[in-house]
Every structure is written in structure tokens, then in C-alpha cells.
Design a protein around this ligand. Structure first.
Ligand SMILES: CC(C)(COP(=O)(O)OP(=O)(O)OC[C@H]1O[C@@H](n2cnc3c(N)ncnc32)[C@H](O)[C@@H]1OP(=O)(O)O)[C@@H](O)C(=O)NCCC(=O)NCCS
Length: 345
């Protein structure tokens, strides 16, 4: 089977194929023409050309599809180019086409990464030679319990109990920034290089750069905001908030220190920024670093799930690395939603 980069003129056919496999209910925001254009064909600083790849059969019908989401990792020695497949699907009448597409897509870069996915996808990923490399914790915290209760999609006996619990939760874990810590909303280009994720001997980090934040800020289905974090006027880190119905997500974050106390300060500022924005009742985040998770928990986030990070690294480029810093921005977790409110807390 030959890998084909599908052009934007194939948008309707790709959409029809993915709709047939994923069988989405409701609006299927992830398949809206604007969202597909952005994910697959809008110019991306980390990829050249179309990111919509597939196989077609003899009659020209699409039988498998995946979008290459660029994801490179930085070690102390080099930057390693990588790819994460998203919107990955194969026709059941072409057995194994999905696994073959995964094999061919990962050959386009030095490494490949898969964060979570459906049960069948995870089984195929494991069988294809990907190995567990990290765990991403998903954490969440209520922002506005009353608004959450009034807009909650599940209206049952748990509703008042949840309102009481979440109200107590945010009172007990009220988020005050430590002295001297502030966050300021900035344009993507205003994040100084000095606060971008930095590799250490045992730590590889997802590569970040202003053009990537600029790309994210053009996402048509989830607003993204970029905030610079300062301590006593010195830039110390940044976070990216994305907004989906009912929920703010800390899609990406970094602080210069590996102390959980600094991560706590960052997450407090993210909570305040989300409250200030005003449209959501809950905030979530995803992180692989222990200190980030501990910092989030210390300001009232609770773990709601764990996602396996699977890595394909045929040339052992990450052999000496013990930890990998990845966030929601490294796959579609930053912006995926069903155009309806869904809460975790
Ligand atoms: C994930 C996917 C792309 C893999 O494509 P593929 O390699 O062509 O998959 P196959 O249909 O050949 O199935 C691969 C294996 O999963 C098994 N499988 C298929 N559908 C399954 C299901 N619904 N539940 C559990 N196992 C399933 C098959 O029996 C097969 O097992 P085997 O290798 O031991 O025989 C394809 O299964 C798919 O499109 N799934 C639906 C969409 C999806 O979940 N996408 C991933 C989003 S993260």
C-alpha cells in the first residue's frame, strides 16, 4: 500500500470516510471543514505540506487515514523530529490497513509517539512495536460550582451532592498566588526563548517555539490564550489555556524550576486566568512530569485518569532519557470536544 498525502481538495472525501468510521453523534466538530483545514492543510511550522495521509484502494476509495501531528522532542544533545498520528482510522474491510498506515507514517520522522487513544488503537500501537515511555495524568478542578450545576448535562440526584462537594472543594483549595507571582496575557511571539521547556540529562522535552503557539491560536474550534508567568518581574514560565464548552484546559505549561512549588504557582495563575476569562466552570490539565502534577494537585486539581504515552524510537535516540515532558498540546487533547458541555469533576 502506498502512502498518499491527501490534498485539501479531498476534504469532503476524507470527511465522509472519517464520519463513516467514527460514526460521531451531534455536530462532529473535529470533522468540521474549518477544523479539518486547520489540522490537515493550514501551514504548520513543524511540517511541510499536507498532514492528511491515507491509503486508497484500486477504485480510489479511501481505506485508511491519519493526520500527522508534528511532535519533536529536545534532549540536551539534539532535537529529534517526531510525529503523533491523530484522526487515525481504517476501513474494517481492509484488515491491517490502519496498522500499515501507522508503520508508514512513523517512518516520516525519527520517532513517533501515541498518547492514549481508543482501546483498539492502543492494542494496534502496542503490537506495532511502540513501547510505554511515560504516563500522562489528567487532572481537573472546579472553577464555578454553581454554574457547573446549572449547566451540567447529567441532571440526577448527584447534582446537589456534586454542588456541595465542589463548593467545599474550591473553598478548601482556594487558589492564591504566592507573593510576587503574576501572569500576563501575551501574543504568541512574546514568549521569551528563556522560558521555553529545557531538556536536562534525564529529561527530554516537547519542543516549543512561538510559531507553534501562533498556529495553535488559529484553531477554529477552541480559543487559545498564551500567558507569560513572572516572578518578581522576571519571566519564569508560561501557560497556554484553551477553551472548549464549559471547560478551560491548561493545554501547555512550563516553569523554569523543577520544584513543584513553582508549578503550583503557575497552576494558581492559570486558575485565576480561566476565572477571569469567565466562560467556563471547570479547568483541566494533562502532565507527564511528577512536579507538574504535584503542583497542580497542591492548588486543588485532582487526578481523573492516566493515559499511556507510547513511543516508537527505532534508533534509541531517547535511550538515556528517564522522563519526557509532554502536555495536552502534544496531541488533540488541547482542542478536542463534541460541541457540548462535558465535565470531569
Ligand atoms: C485503530 C484502527 C485504525 C486500526 O486499524 P487496523 O490495523 O486496520 O485494524 P484491524 O481492523 O486490522 O484490527 C486490528 C486488531 O484490532 C482488533 N479489533 C478491531 N476492531 C476492534 C474492536 N472494536 N475492539 C477490539 N478489538 C478490535 C482486530 O481483531 C485486530 O486484532 P488482531 O491483530 O489480533 O487480529 C482501526 O481499528 C479503526 O479505525 N478503529 C476505529 C477508529 C479508532 O479507534 N481510531 C483510533 C483513534 S485513537
Amino acid at each position: 500500500m502506498d502512502l498518499i498525502a491527501l490534498p485539501a481538495s479531498e476534504s469532503a472525501r476524507v470527511q465522509k470516510f472519517l464520519r463513516g468510521i467514527f460514526n460521531p453523534t451531534g455536530d462532529a466538530v473535529f470533522l468540521s471543514p474549518a477544523q479539518m483545514q486547520w489540522k490537515y492543510w493550514e501551514s504548520h511550522p513543524g511540517w511541510t505540506g499536507s498532514r492528511s495521509y491515507g491509503f486508497v484502494d484500486d477504485s480510489g476509495e479511501i481505506i485508511a487515514h491519519a493526520c500527522s501531528w508534528p511532535l519533536s522532542l529536545r534532549t540536551t544533545e539534539s532535537t529529534i523530529s517526531g510525529v503523533h498520528p491523530i484522526d487515525w482510522a481504517a476501513s474494517p474491510r481492509a484488515r491491517g490497513a490502519g496498522a500499515e498506515l501507522l508503520r508508514q507514517i512513523r517512518e516520516l520522522r525519527e520517532i513517533s509517539c501515541c498518547i492514549g487513544g481508543t482501546d483498539v488503537a492502543q492494542a494496534v500501537v502496542r503490537k506495532s512495536g511502540f513501547k510505554p515511555a511515560a504516563t500522562m495524568q489528567i487532572l481537573a478542578r472546579p472553577l464555578r460550582p454553581l454554574r457547573q450545576a446549572l449547566t451540567h448535562p447529567r441532571r440526577d440526584w448527584k447534582l446537589p451532592a456534586r454542588l456541595l462537594r465542589n463548593t467545599a472543594w474550591i473553598v478548601i483549595k482556594s487558589a492564591h498566588a504566592p507573593a510576587g507571582w503574576v501572569a500576563e496575557r501575551v501574543l504568541p511571539g512574546a514568549i521569551p526563548e528563556a522560558v521555553l521547556p529545557l531538556a536536562a540529562l534525564d529529561l527530554a522535552v516537547a519542543t516549543r517555539y512561538p510559531a507553534l503557539f501562533e498556529y495553535m491560536s488559529k484553531c477554529p474550534t477552541a480559543r487559545h490564550q498564551i500567558w507569560l508567568v513572572r516572578h518578581r518581574n522576571e519571566p519564569r514560565g508560561y501557560f497556554v489555556l484553551s477553551f472548549v464548552p464549559g471547560q478551560a484546559r491548561v493545554a501547555d505549561a512550563w516553569v523554569l524550576s523543577r520544584e513543584s512549588e513553582e508549578w503550583r504557582a503557575l497552576y494558581v495563575l492559570a486558575v485565576q486566568a480561566a476565572l477571569e476569562e469567565g466562560s467556563t466552570a471547570e479547568i483541566t490539565t494533562g502532565a507527564t512530569l511528577q512536579e507538574a502534577c504535584q503542583g497542580a494537585i497542591a492548588c486543588g486539581f485532582r487526578p481523573y485518569g492516566e493515559i499511556d504515552v507510547m513511543l516508537y524510537d527505532p534508533n534509541a535516540r531517547l535511550a538515556g532519557v528517564k522522563q519526557i515532558h509532554l502536555q495536552m498540546l502534544d496531541n488533540d487533547l488541547a482542542f478536542l470536544h463534541n460541541n457540548r458541555i462535558e465535565y470531569s469533576t
